[in-house]
Design a binder for this molecule. Structure first.
Ligand code: NAD
Length: 299
């Protein structure tokens, strides 16, 4: 039986570790939060006392941590010194490309196989095992990465070499942040022009304005499929998370000398929404800021 060490059992990692159990793997799980460990143990994993304890017999080590500094620290201090050299190391956190490449270099220099494999899909997809993984790794390692991620995945795509998974993730989410704001602006303008939101939805979702933010994730309550808008923007993909990804995109853009003014605007708008106290709301709630209806989010 494949032995998985799973480090980081938060909103995403908890569900992902449970999917590995369902997939028939032996899961040794650790998080700084004892409550998070207990929940995953309840789903059939073995609770570990530390990262070192979790990884010491692992075939595969999976990390799902908040940000780059956490990943760098856990790898340097706990995983690389304690995991067997045969272990395949996969980081699924969303982190900056530079950190991903630095950790990849440390891991491969120490003799490990490594992949950055951030995910698309929120906590519902993590719980259901239907995440999309974008992977940066050596071509020769990809088949093993795909096999390791299978119980958690709807799709696993190799983006390129180390860091390419993170690059794909931040480019995708920059596009998503921009398209959501564009969709919200169009709804807000339609309202001012006296156009009913459901009419606008029906027309635009069959016209050239069609995009995922409109057709699948419509930000106007009661319009289109059931979305976070129908739960007063609770659950879903938190605006603070979108802001984190947009910041990563802008930092990467500045370092690479790319021109991304719309990404820059999207970051500023989500930063404002977050500062106003709505970082915990779904990112489509930015509609209510653009309509001047932020009070409705408090209900
Ligand atoms: P989270 O904050 O709920 O979970 C992170 C977990 O890591 C926490 O339980 C924390 O205790 C643990 N942790 C931190 N330092 C640790 C250490 N040294 N050792 C062991 N555990 C440690 O975050 P999340 O929502 O699960 O997100 C995790 C990653 O996935 C982030 O990079 C995020 O950007 C990305 N992501 C999140 C979503 C989402 O919808 N939540 C979607 C896609 C990607």
């Amino acid at each position: 039986m494949t032995r998985i060490a799973f480090i980081g059992l938060g909103n995403m990692g908890g569900g992902m570790a449970a999917r590995q159990v369902v997939g028939g793997r032996e899961v040794s799980a650790f998080d700084l939060s004892a409550a998070a460990v207990a929940k995953v143990v309840g789903a059939g994993a073995l609770g570990a006392a530390s990262v070192a304890d979790a990884v010491k017999r692992a075939d595969v080590v999976i990390t799902m941590l908040p940000a780059g500094p956490h990943v760098r620290k856990v790898y340097a201090e706990d995983i690389l010194p304690n995991a067997p050299k045969t272990a395949l190391l996969i980081d699924c956190s969303t982190i900056d490309v530079d950190s991903a490449r630095a950790v990849a270099t440390q891991a491969t220099t120490a003799g490990f196989r490594f992949a950055d494999a951030p995910v698309s899909g929120g906590t519902a997809a993590a719980d259901a095992g239907t995440l999309a993984f974008m992977v940066g790794c050596d071509e020769a390692v990809f088949a093993d990465v795909e096999e390791a991620l299978k119980p958690m995945a709807r799709v696993v795509i190799r983006a390129g070499d180390h860091g390419a998974g993170q690059a794909a993730k931040i480019c995708n989410n920059m596009l998503l942040g921009i398209s959501m704001i564009g969709t919200c602006e169009a709804f807000a303008l339609a309202e001012k022009l006296g156009l009913a939101p459901d009419r606008f939805f029906e027309i635009a979702s069959k016209s050239s304005g069609q995009c995922w933010s409109l057709s699948t994730y419509a930000p106007w309550p009661g319009v289109g499929p059931q979305t976070a808008a129908d739960r007063n923007y609770e659950g879903g993909f938190a605006a603070a998370m979108m802001l984190k990804d947009l910041k990563l995109a802008q930092e990467a853009s500045a370092r690479a000398g790319a021109t991304t003014p719309m990404g820059n605007h999207a970051e500023a708008l989500y930063a404002l929404f977050d500062r106003l106290g709505y970082g915990g709301k779904d990112f489509s709630g930015v509609l209510q800021m653009l309509r001047g209806q932020l009070d409705t989010l408090k209900a």
